[in-house]
Design a protein around this ligand. Structure first.
Ligand code: R5P
Length: 295
């Protein structure tokens, strides 16, 4: 197998994918034209199958264009056995028209994948499980929360979804760990972006609770859930979140509410210096195993 790891993929993930998939790296030349347009060239015809890996973050728009340029370049080289791993799928949160006049962004941006007859498509914790159906594509979606918990070597007694709509993530982890799970009711004002998370009676006193989610953006969702768990006298509060889009502000928000640990994956590039309570776990081995299991 050859791996074409594009420029959005963190170096740690490129290395672990190459190692665990025993794959040969494909060399790519990148250039930018004076007007800002992107150029890439695959320097030698790769040995199939070729697995293209991209993380669409940040600059999301450029990383997406880069992905399509790479797929077209492989097509031009007559490489027809192509797999795709998207470690972070930007624009996936706009998977419906929340307000009249909005686009379904995930449709607008990923429908062109259909032009390339890609053999296997693997995503890491895609925002909504409805997306494969929306796109009409056969996608294997990997939920990494149990893997992250295992690698971080933490003990959990209870799993909490901060949002009823995302309860499947909590359920999968809870079943693997043989613990109970529940959810909170979250409401986001689509115009102001403000989040309200409704407290509920949960029997978590003295327990180590894992809040699971796909994305941290402002940190508001995890912060509100942490505050509720603190009031309910949980012991340790962990956030197990696949994609942590970390900024200084997010770090401040989460440390102010006393989150014990944030465990996330290397699906995207992170700042070099992170506080000790944020742990980034490499998911190369997990992705490689899941890719190999796909028929
Ligand atoms: C929303 O539906 C997602 O699953 C996340 O809960 C959300 O993106 C988190 O955003 P924030 O960190 O800004 O609350």
């Amino acid at each position: 197998m050859s791996i074409l790891a594009l420029s959005g993929v963190p170096q740690s993930l490129i290395e672990s994918l190459q190692r665990t998939c025993a794959a040969t790296p494909i060399e790519v030349q990148y250039k930018r034209f004076p007007d800002g347009e992107q150029y890439l060239r695959i320097l030698a015809k790769p040995v199939p199958p070729v697995t293209v890996v991209q993380s669409i973050y940040p600059d999301q728009d450029r990383k997406l264009v880069e992905l399509y340029l790479a797929l077209e370049a492989l097509n031009g080289l007559d490489v027809h056995e192509v797999n795709l791993v998207i470690t972070y799928m930007a624009y996936a949160r706009q998977d419906k028209r929340f307000l009249e006049g909005e686009p379904i962004s995930v449709k607008a941006l990923y429908m062109p994948l259909k032009l390339y007859k890609i053999k296997k498509i693997l995503t890491l914790d895609i925002h909504s499980i409805k997306i494969p159906e929306i796109l009409g594509l056969n996608i294997r979606n990997v939920l990494p929360h149990a893997y992250l918990v295992e690698k971080a070597e933490i003990n959990i007694d209870f799993v909490l979804s901060p949002d009823k709509g995302a309860i499947h993530r909590a359920q999968v982890l809870a079943e693997k760990k043989k613990v109970a799970f529940d959810y909170l009711e979250k409401y986001r004002d689509r115009t102001t972006g403000e989040i309200t998370v409704t407290p509920r009676e949960l029997n978590v006193k003295g327990m180590n609770v894992a809040i699971v989610d796909d994305i941290i953006s402002t940190g508001g969702t995890i912060a509100k859930a942490t505050q509720i768990l603190r009031k309910l006298e949980a012991n340790k509060v962990y956030a197990i979140v696949t994609h942590a889009l970390i900024s200084e502000k997010t770090i401040e928000t989460l440390s102010n509410v006393g989150l014990d640990m944030l465990i996330t994956s290397n699906s995207i590039r992170h700042p070099e210096k992170l506080p000790p309570w944020i742990r980034v776990i490499d998911v190369g081995e997990l992705l490689c195993k899941e890719l190999n299991e796909m028929i």
